[in-house]
Design a protein around this ligand. Sequence first.
Ligand SMILES: [Zn+2]
Length: 150
Amino acid sequence: MTDAAHYLPEGLPAPALAEPELEAPYWEGAREERLLVQRCGACATWQWGPEWICHKCLSSDMRWTEVAPRGRIYSYERVWHPAHPVLKGHTPFLAVLVELPEAGNVRMIGNLLGDPLQDVQIGSEVVADYEHHNDATPPYTLVHWRIAQG
Ligand SMILES: [Zn+2]
């Protein structure tokens, strides 16, 4: 995939991991087009974003578990303000909060692909779309979302 095919323009900083030891498995999964979410080994509660302990039972036995890359739009925002200089002229874009029914309804933030002026329906089914940035150092992959067909 060339940079021109990326959803957002070139020049945005690559994701910086606040706690690499904690967050790396998610990003490694995305590189392999696998969606990983934490699940507690003690009480089976799903959790997002990454945490060292389970919010429900306080166990530290958090395990990365592959989940179906499917969800539904819980909320969204059409973003008009260029929050970063390279976004000037590239708004609006659609930020979505996606709920994963097959992972305890945890919610992830992402971008909705397609026409940024499209009508967005709360509850619409979406599927993950992996955007690889192979030329970056280190390479990384962003998880976007698109409306599920059919
Ligand atoms: Zn737990």
